[in-house]
Structure formats: structure tokens, C-alpha cells
Design a protein around this ligand. Structure first.
Ligand code: GUN
Length: 289
């Protein structure tokens, strides 16, 4: 392996330490940051993610409330819970774990969460601010990717950035953030005609598709930075990314491992967004300075 390893786990620990200090200061000033996590149904992966969020809150001094609702929950019941959390001053952040079981509608929930409590950064108001390049709550995985890139001293300005995947959660927002850093950005997706050719152009490649081993070493430009957002569980139980690590790490200049790359950064950014939301919602109480 010749590629430098981009250690998301180590950077996430450092980010979380500053978040812990910020949460401690806020708490000392009478504002305990609070996060509500809503899980509907029993998807095993979602349960693990939610437990991990709860654990991180505990470690960092953020009060967490987990609402685990049955898969039979109606849209009206879910909406009523969101409205209740919107009105609760002790709750600064609301996260509804996605995907929601059918027939619940994600968009309805996304629109309903108050933008200032939308710590996922998925509300159209927050996404609109992101598009305009304005300060706001930024989706956690894209924010984590950018933090990892910056911390590693990787230049984006003027470079060919290729994003594979066009989801609202990762692909579209990360493309926007790379553009803001003056990258030349291409978004590829399932209908892209020659995906290999597009990938080979990339100085910086972000892959967020959910297909194990989609990107192989022969497809990558020597020296490229490769960010792997995939989290795929193989039949053996092993978790791998969308990038074939063994072949790509021989060609790339830098690469994120899975696990231990982007994943830990996502949760660190969620914690950061929650504490920031608590601060912004309590500026009167804390005294603006
Ligand atoms: N499911 C997978 N990733 C995410 C995320 O970042 N936020 C939420 N709410 N659900 C998810």
C-alpha cells in the first residue's frame, strides 16, 4: 500500500473533544444541549446507528432522548411527535433516522423539523443556505468529509473532483461543498455513461453509492485522493466500503479506510451541530458577545 491513510477515527476524537468542552461550557452557563433521536421500526443497521448516537451524546455531555416507535406508526403520529419536539425548549436538535418504513414519507418529516433544530441539515432552508454558500447547519457526512480533507492538508482549489452518487444526504451536498472550495466538480450516478472514464479523471474522488467494491484500482488516477462513504455488510459479516481498498490503496495518494474513515466523522459532526444549535437557540439567555 502506498496511499496515505486518512484517519477519520483519530480526527473525530479530536473534534469530539472540542465539542465536549463546548458542551461543558454551555452546561455551566445553564444550557444543557439536548438531542432527540427518532427511530421508527426495527431495521438492525438503524438500531446500531441510533445506539451509537446515544452513546456519543453520553460521552460528550449532551442530553439525549431516544424515541423508538413501532413500524406501524402513522404519519400523523410521527408528525405529532416532531411538533412536540419542535416546541420543547430542552431539545436543540431533532434527528429522524432514515430510511423510514413504508408508507411514511421522509419529505414530510424533513420539512416539518424546525430548521434551527435540523441537526442533519436536510431541511430545504438549510440546504438552500448551503447552495448559496451561506453559514448554516451542514449535513453531517459531507461536513465530516470536508473536515477530513482540510485537516489532511489536501487542496481542492482547481482540482478535478468526481462525486459518485447523487443522494440528498451525501452526493449533492458534498459536491456543493467541494464547489465552494473551488473544485471543478462532476457528479456521476447510475445513468452515467462511462463511469470508469469519469472516475479516472478525478484528482479527488468521493464514492457514496452503497455497492461493495464498485471502484477498483485500475479505475483510479495514480495519486488521487479517494474518499469512501460506503458501508456495506458482506455475507461474511465483514463491513466494507464502495472502494476495493486493497487495489485502490496501491494506486491512490490518500484513502479513507472503512471502517474508521468517514463514519466516525459523521457522528462527530452531528455532535458538533447539536452543540452549535444549542448555542444559537440560547443566545439571549447566554448574552451575545
Ligand atoms: N441514515 C443514514 N444516514 C443518515 C443520516 O445522516 N441522518 C439520518 N437522519 N438518517 C440517516
Amino acid at each position: 500500500m502506498s496511499a496515505k491513510l486518512l484517519d477519520g477515527k483519530a480526527l473525530a476524537s479530536r473534534v469530539k473533544e472540542t465539542v465536549r468542552c463546548d458542551a461543558e461550557q454551555l452546561t455551566a452557563s445553564g444550557v444543557v444541549p439536548g438531542l432527540a433521536v427518532v427511530l421508527v421500526g426495527d431495521d438492525p443497521a438503524s438500531r446500531i446507528y441510533v445506539r451509537n448516537k446515544e452513546k456519543n451524546c453520553q460521552e460528550l455531555g449532551i442530553r439525549s432522548e431516544v424515541y423508538h416507535l413501532p413500524a406501524t406508526t402513522t404519519q400523523a403520529e410521527l408528525n405529532a411527535l416532531i411538533q412536540k419536539l419542535n416546541a420543547d425548549a430542552k431539545i436543540n436538535g431533532i434527528l429522524v433516522q432514515l430510511p423510514l418504513p413504508a408508507p411514511l414519507r421522509e419529505e414530510e418529516v424533513t420539512y416539518l423539523i424546525k430548521p434551527e433544530k435540523d441537526v442533519d441539515g436536510f431541511h430545504p432552508f438549510n440546504l438552500g443556505r448551503l447552495l448559496r454558500g451561506e453559514d448554516g447547519i451542514c449535513p453531517c457526512t459531507p461536513a465530516g468529509i470536508m473536515a477530513l480533507i482540510k485537516e489532511s492538508g489536501i487542496k481542492v482549489c482547481g482540482r478535478e473532483c468526481v462525486v459518485v452518487g447523487r443522494s440528498n444526504i451525501v452526493g449533492k451536498p458534498v459536491a456543493q461543498l467541494l464547489l465552494q472550495e473551488h473544485g471543478t466538480v462532476t457528479i456521476c450516478h447510475s445513468r452515467t455513461r462511462d463511469l470508469s472514464a469519469m472516475i479516472r479523471r478525478a484528482d479527488l474522488l468521493v464514492v457514496a453509492v452503497g455497492k461493495a467494491g464498485l471502484v477498483e484500482g485500475t479505475m483510479v488516477k495514480p495519486g488521487a485522493v479517494v474518499i469512501d462513504v460506503g458501508m456495506n455488510r458482506l455475507p461474511s459479516g465483514k463491513v466494507v466500503g464502495d472502494v476495493d481498498f486493497s487495489s485502490v490503496s496501491k494506486v491512490a495518494g490518500a484513502i479513507t479506510p472503512v471502517p474508521g474513515g468517514v463514519g466516525p466523522m459523521t457522528i462527530a459532526m452531528l455532535m458538533k451541530n447539536t452543540v452549535r444549535a444549542a448555542l444559537l437557540q440560547n443566545q439571549d439567555k447566554l448574552g451575545k458577545n
